[in-house]
Write a protein that binds this ligand. Structure first.
Ligand SMILES: *Cc1c(COP(=O)(O)O)cnc(C)c1O
Ligand code: SF4
Length: 359
């Protein structure tokens, strides 16, 4: 095996096999298939992988296997029906108060669980000036839209100047628009987050930015990653994290507990814990809902309210996100008596307010 590389991007099994001894299932991945997401691993992330552990949780997230070529009947290419909810090219309006804009299909790293693999890495590139203008015009005409998610792909693959122009296109029409920068870059390639980037964002101060990260395992919170997030937070940009619940990566309470506590320590609020979407070729990553709900329950016992993410599922066919939790409200027993179970499993009754008899 070769020594660990610096500042390159690994894009093929052949290249990868000079650094890692590929398992049978990894070797069987068909990298020439057009229906699977191409292999793409920045050397920074590769160096975080334990080469001696074929089940390393970071390895599972980036090294493809032939399991991705298994498409089960209940899976979809676009489970959230984002195409149906598109109002302009690349602008998705699914919820009344917020929209998602697919800024680019390019990412620094390809995550094997990516739920937007119908779009990610399809060589379409950044949104064109016309696509940006159409989306900005739509947002200008819909004042009920309070927030825009700059997503993709990974928005931070755009250059500072392209990102600045994109922000300006929206903010010139809607100075009040809250912008969420949805990015895996602090985990995949934290060196991208420079002081110049944050200084550029500061010049667009008419409304807040939020940084939306995706850390799935505590080992992704390296010194560099935390420093990258610190730049945003120190600049007054709050950081929120969305974790995907992934089998063999983070589907145990100890890992999730460590992840959430480490996020809070680094001033990143655990926001969502997502049940895996029904995306084609990701069945091997999905955790049974029963286990997910048990993990949520256990986390709620262990974690502070601040450290506790909301476990949620994005329902198929564009049903939208709903929270997942069980067992606290056991029944409404009539006459305004609400029966609950405490976190420790005890019973308590909470009555409705007594209504005053009519005067
Ligand atoms: C998840 C999502 C949002 C944001 O939802 P929040 O619950 O506000 O985080 C917006 N648009 C689309 C299409 C989404 O999938
Ligand atoms: S960074 Fe995001 S969009 Fe890109 S592959 Fe990973 S999950 Fe998908």
């Amino acid at each position: 095996m070769q020594a660990t590389p610096t500042h390159t991007i690994i894009k093929s099994k052949e290249e990868l096999s000079t650094y890692l001894q590929l398992t049978k299932s990894e070797q069987l991945f068909d990298q020439d298939s057009t229906t699977t997401l191409p292999l793409r691993i920045p050397s920074y992330f590769l160096n975080l992988i334990d080469p001696d552990d074929p089940n390393d949780p970071l390895r599972r997230q980036v090294v493809p296997t032939d399991a991705e070529q298994i498409f089960i009947q209940q899976e979809y290419l676009d489970p959230l029906a984002e195409v149906d909810h598109s109002v302009t090219d690349r602008l998705i309006h699914r919820y009344p108060s917020r929209v998602a804009f697919l800024t680019t299909d390019v990412c620094a790293m390809h995550c094997r669980h990516c739920f937007r693999r119908r779009f990610t890495g399809t060589f379409q590139g950044p949104a064109t000036a016309q696509q940006i203008d159409e989306a900005a015009a739509y947002v200008a005409e819909h004042p009920q839209v309070k927030e825009i998610l700059f997503t993709g792909g990974d928005v931070l693959t755009l250059s500072d100047s392209n990102l600045s122009a994109m922000i300006e296109a929206f903010r010139s029409k809607r100075p009040d628009l809250v912008i969420r920068l949805c990015t895996r870059m602090p985990a995949s390639y934290p060196m991208r987050i420079t002081q110049a980037l944050v200084d550029m964002l500061k010049t667009h101060a008419s409304a807040p930015f939020y940084l939306m990260t995706q850390f799935n395992h505590p080992r992704e919170l390296t010194e560099q990653a935390c420093l990258a997030v610190k730049r945003f937070v120190d600049a007054g940009i709050p950081a929120m994290n969305q974790t995907v619940l992934l089998k063999g990566v983070n589907d145990d309470a100890d890992t999730l507990e460590a992840l959430c506590n480490s996020l809070v320590f680094n001033r990143i609020k655990p926001y969502y814990l997502f049940q895996g979407d029904l995306v084609s070729g990701t069945n091997h990553f999905r955790v049974p809902l029963e286990l997910g709900l048990a993990l949520e329950k256990e986390l709620r016992r262990r974690l502070s309210g601040l450290a506790m993410p909301l476990y949620a599922v994005d329902l198929p066919q564009g049903g939208g996100k709903v929270p997942l939790t069980t067992g606290y409200l056991s029944e409404q027993s009539g006459c305004g008596r609400w029966e609950f179970r405490t976190i420790d499993g005890e019973r308590r009754v909470y009555p409705d307010p007594i209504t005053e008899p009519d005067a």
